[in-house]
Design a protein around this ligand. Structure first.
Ligand SMILES: NC(=O)C1=CN([C@@H]2O[C@H](COP(=O)(O)OP(=O)(O)OC[C@H]3O[C@@H](n4cnc5c(N)ncnc54)[C@H](O)[C@@H]3O)[C@@H](O)[C@H]2O)C=CC1
Ligand SMILES: O=C(O)/C=C/C=C(\O)C(=O)O
Length: 500
């Protein structure tokens, strides 16, 4: 096997050569296969990515197993945590490299990735090192017939080799949200990044090597889902647990794969998230927040709002204000600090989003703004650009108001009572996140309590505290991650009973 020290050995070429990372080395696919990665901004070829076959996945899982039993298990908790603090520091030291790679893969504005994606990549290692060092334990004193008693206490052991199947919308953020807690808990990992965003996971391999994380602790295999690295990894018998973020249908397929061997899964899946805007809200804050929740990252955020319910007295004003904001948003080169919105991830995803834009019209929507492909300068014309779009006038049963679109779009509908707003917000198979905009504290409590979602933001959106439980209800997910809640998935609790 050819072993290479850096992610991109042919760095003089504008087209990168992105390799798998197995047992601490960057390696091409054993079968020699590779696929193209194109820029969402202009369609140019930016990378050739090694496509892992069964043999490559097998090697990665084998390396992870060996490290789990060997050098990783030999480290004391403090040493393990020190390495993870080192990873966080090294990501920050190489901030611009990560930023460049993430923006190249996704086309998202540099201003957004600089503020959210890359800092969270580092923070996800630090928080979980803090958590595992500080998590308290419990002791039960158990009476026994001889009067001497017994002590029961639970210790946490790593669950084993963890497969992390990752999406393309927040690649580094969501991948490290899995890898950070997995490693902090003493597991080893094999990551399968999305085929659309191979670079930052690969770059993280360099970071792992630089700070001295033993080979095999962190592995990356590239490829697609069915019939490719995703399927080979999730069906591999050497994988002990699977964590996934992505579409609900894919999550269901992964659950089926995990059933073989009765392996645990953590699933963070789709959403059709509502925002409930009451007439007593701080209007400007509600507009600003809804603007972000609908259009940030070109609408490609699982927590994003696609259904907006506005109390009737402020409905017309709200629609007009959101329209004005959407139309003022600047689409353009990610490098330009004034760019508010980049392209969608790919032409394929744009086809999907555009099919909903057409469907909205067929279903009788009023197109308040957008609805198509924007005019872009010649150098960007080959990108997967799309207009931010707002509709009104659809029923709650329309495809556009019930199915996850994952684009920069929302439907706005009026409501007349609190109970009606809650019922309509809950009338979905999804249950990830909701936003509530009101200055009435009692209402905020009442409504939050009745919303069937894993997360409720009141007068905010995507305001994250990494200690809090994060995950979805209904078909939006299984399990919660964040702070100590991540330990439920990434560790096996073992009770030790000592007879005194
Ligand atoms: N954070 C989220 O909730 C995300 C939701 N989506 C939704 O999913 C739709 C499709 O986007 P995709 O990237 O195709 O999402 P996806 O769910 O198909 O892919 C996510 C990851 O799973 C892998 N994968 C796909 N099928 C697999 C299988 N059978 N076994 C193992 N791994 C598999 C993919 O290669 C990728 O790494 C989007 O239009 C959007 O609606 C997409 C990305 C993120
Ligand atoms: O902030 C997090 O930990 C996770 C955010 C997840 C998404 O935004 C997503 O999956 O789109």
């Amino acid at each position: 096997m050819q072993r290479i020290a850096k992610t991109n050995p042919s760095s003089d070429s504008p087209v990168r050569n992105v390799l798998n990372f197995v047992d601490g080395a960057f390696v091409p696919a054993m079968g020699g296969r590779a696929f193209d990665k194109r820029s969402p901004v202009n369609g140019a070829l930016i990378a050739r990515v090694a496509e892992a076959g069964r043999d490559d996945v097998d090697a990665a899982v084998g390396a992870a197993r060996a490290a789990l039993r060997g050098p990783w298990a030999d480290l004391a908790l403090q040493q393990r945590c020190d390495l993870l603090y080192g990873v966080a520091d090294e990501i920050n030291r190489r901030f611009d490299d990560f930023l460049e790679a993430e923006v190249a893969d996704t086309g998202k504005p540099v201003s957004l990735a600089r503020q959210i994606d890359i800092p969270r990549g580092a923070a996800n290692f630090k928080i979980f090192a803090d958590v595992v060092k500080n998590v308290p334990g419990e002791v039960f004193e158990t009476p026994t017939p001889d009067g001497a008693g017994a002590l029961n206490f639970a210790v946490r052991a790593p669950v084993g080799v963890v497969a992390a199947i990752c999406p393309w919308n927040l690649p580094l953020l969501l991948m490290t949200w899995k890898v950070g807690p997995a490693l902090a808990c003493g597991n080893t990992v094999v990551v399968k990044p999305s085929e659309e965003t191979p670079q930052t996971a690969t770059l993280l391999g360099e970071v792992m090597n630089a700070v001295g994380v033993p080979g095999g602790v962190y592995n990356v295999v590239h490829g697609f889902g069915p019939g490719s690295a995703g399927e080979y990894l999730t069906t591999h018998p050497g994988v002990d647990a699977i964590t996934f973020t992505g579409e609900t249908r894919t999550g269901a397929a992964i659950m089926k794969a995990a059933a073989d061997g009765a392996r645990p899964v953590s699933l963070e899946m789709g959403g059709k998230n509502p925002a409930l805007v009451f007439a007593d809200c701080d209007f400007d804050a509600a507009i600003e927040g809804t603007m972000r929740s609908c259009f940030a990252n070109c609408g490609q955020v699982c927590l994003g709002t696609e259904r907006v319910y506005v109390e009737r007295p402020i409905f017309e004003r709200f629609v007009a204000a959101l329209k004005e904001k959407a139309e003022a948003m600047r689409l353009g080169s990610p490098a330009d600090p004034g760019t508010g919105m980049g392209p969608l991830i790919s032409q394929e995803h744009r086809d999907k989003v555009l099919s909903y834009y057409r469907k909205a019209v067929e279903e009788g929507a009023t197109v308040v703004t957008g609805g198509g492909i924007p005019e872009m300068p010649e150098d960007l014309a080959g990108g997967s650009w799309i207009q931010p779009t707002i509709w009104t006038g659809l029923s709650d049963e329309a495809a556009v108001t019930t199915e996850e679109i994952f684009g920069p779009c929302c439907h706005i509908a009026p409501f007349d009572s609190e109970a009606e707003a809650i019922d309509r917000a809950n009338a979905t198979k999804y249950g990830l996140a909701a936003s509530v905009w009101t200055t009435n504290l009692a209402r905020a409590h009442r409504v939050s309590a009745r919303l069937e979602t894993g997360i409720v933001w009141v007068n905010s959106w995507f305001l994250r505290d990494l200690r809090t439980p994060f995950g979805g209800a209904k078909q939006s997910g299984i399990g919660r991650e964040g702070g100590v809640y991540s330990l439920e998935f990434y560790t096996e609790l073992k009770n030790v009973c000592i007879k005194l």
